[in-house]
Design a protein around this ligand. Sequence first.
Ligand code: FAD
Length: 685
Amino acid sequence: MPKKRIVIIGGGFGGVKCAQTLSARLRPGDAELVLFNKENHLVFSPLLADAVGSSLSLDDVIVPLRQLLPGVQCRTEEVRNIDLAAGCLEYEGYDGQSRRLDYDHVVIACGNVSNLNVVPGMADHAFPLKTVGDAAVLRTHVLSQLEKAEVCDDPVKRRWFLSFVVVGGGYSGVETAGEINDLVRSSLRFYANIRDEDVSVTLIHSRDQLLPEISPSLREFARKKMEKAGVTMRLNTRVMLATGEGVGLKDDFVHGGTIVCTIGSTTAPVVARLDTPKDKGRLLTDPDMRLPGRTNAWATGDCANIINAHDGQPSPPTGQFAERQGRQGADNIVRVIAGEPTRPFTFKVLGQLCSIGGHSAVAEMFGFKLSGFWAWFTWRGVYLFKLPSWSRRIQVGFDWAWLLVFPRDLSCIKTDVTDRVSHAHFEPGDYIIRQGEPPSGFYVIETGEVEIVRTSPEKPAGEVIATLGAGNFFGEGALLNNHPRTASVRARTALEVVTMGRNVFTTISKSLAPLRTALTAAITRRSPSAWQERPAVLAALRELPLADIIEPAPTPLLSPTDSLYAVTCQFARNPSDFFLVSGDGVKLEGLITLTGLLRAQSDGVKPGTPLADFMVKDPSSLAATDTALIAASAFRELNYKILPVVADKDSRRIVGVVRVRKLITRILQVVPPPTGLTVPPLPPA
Ligand SMILES: Cc1cc2nc3c(=O)[nH]c(=O)nc-3n(C[C@H](O)[C@H](O)[C@H](O)COP(=O)(O)OP(=O)(O)OC[C@H]3O[C@@H](n4cnc5c(N)ncnc54)[C@H](O)[C@@H]3O)c2cc1C
């Protein structure tokens, strides 16, 4: 039998169980198992709330996939597209480039993603709880609210810091509200200025009962127990909006310094892009979990809507179901490989468990109902044994036992990294950015020039494709699109730049509309595809020596000491709308355009003011050795019609100017007109 390649997309409960089952049932010679997951670990989501409440460490809720799945090729990469017809997928490689991989079978187990846009304002003001990163950020935030409340001398503000609103009364909402309530109230003895009545934890749920999955008596128990512990219940209540102050209800407003949103999820992007039948974004499947009309594409877990043959109902999005589907999906793949018929997905729910805080839980297992401490003990025991490795079980069991006796850890780790807005100096030839590097900074040129160098299959040694001068910026594209640098940036002269770290750049570009507009325009202008779409033009630009289109500089050369009045007279006497400035008649020191002159006049510059005070100093220029491609990029970038040309960047000896009109004319003379256009071509040069 030829070796089959089985690719699993997603390393959550469904994907991991599928990989484990396949690995146990198929010999390495029969199948190559590949699992793609964006992170290198499985997240044990039911324990995320415990990590928020500091009753577990963050390390305890994740398990490294590589150690969990020996014999499976674990790839920490994101799958972008699945081509079901061709039997191959496209993923983002380590360097940001797209790569393809063929498969014999694919299992889609991507889960879903949080969608805070279900309520206006939620995305801006609420914390989600889906990933281990969400849990870390929320835990840090809760603890920092305690720290702020402790030192706050305004009692109203202090109570606001200590007000927590959790939206959603399902498993994750109930567990999160219970854990935050426990963490904050059980830690008050360490905060001298906070009293129990300063704290409020509110759980808002749109239905009349919490936890719709469990029996009414247990729901009622959970509600009463949580209320007794200090959680305020707002049932039958829908949140209409969220603000920085709290959440708006239909006819009320609940103030909260912290809002946690556990409702709202949406389809994972790779599933959204898949052209196959879906129900509310979840993949519809045949009874055996194959996508309709496909023999080798399967779906499991939260991303799929799979009918449970046991009761004819769609499977709920829970870890329990994801695991069973993963296992049965693997069994069906093994059956297909062995030429046997597949079986429909069937699962009888074993029980429901939910921790409600205060060492209490509610549980329904094998027809038995349990509540209180023993239910909590069972809940912990069940999850302990569900943890996928003995090392993790011992570690987590030890943490839980420790916390039964000792207080919770209140250290609040700041995840901020030092960000820098600073000045940097580079010597000619120094690299500021290298192609392929991950994005980290944004740069604005204060003085000097840089050249943009791109390597490509045709130019493996690199080709200078543009230059930038004072006032220009670079580094924005990779930061905004979060992809590796697409070109290198090298200092062409001595260079002074302002550098900005990613966080500062993101904050400023989000809030400053003119910068956003300039950045968007720059990204379009600098797109590598801008020339590639016109290969004949690109080739002509590469071949055309700049020397062929250099014209003499407009005369006279002006002096930096010339007055505004004298400069105005020069514009009146000469047809040029642009003059170069040089003190010694050799070295380029500045330029003045007609627009610049008019701006100086309207700004109230006095007639006797020297040109040095209102000219463009050390303007961007081309070197006589540059190609026409660099000139074209500079025209696009700077939006100028004429650029000065100097002999070289060190001497800055004026050689002449290049006009964009002349460049266009030369290109039109050598590039044949586009097919189908009847415009008479220009005569050859
Ligand atoms: C806070 C919380 C508490 C919960 N409590 C419970 C509970 O008590 N009981 C219960 O039964 N269920 C609970 N759940 C639900 C349960 O966690 C999910 O039903 C279960 O995780 C679904 O498993 P899955 O394998 O389908 O997806 P997931 O576990 O979400 O895993 C999907 C994986 O796929 C990866 N992925 C997605 N797209 C790509 C891509 N394009 N390329 C590569 N990788 C990709 C993701 O990074 C992720 O690791 C809880 C969920 C949360 C968030």
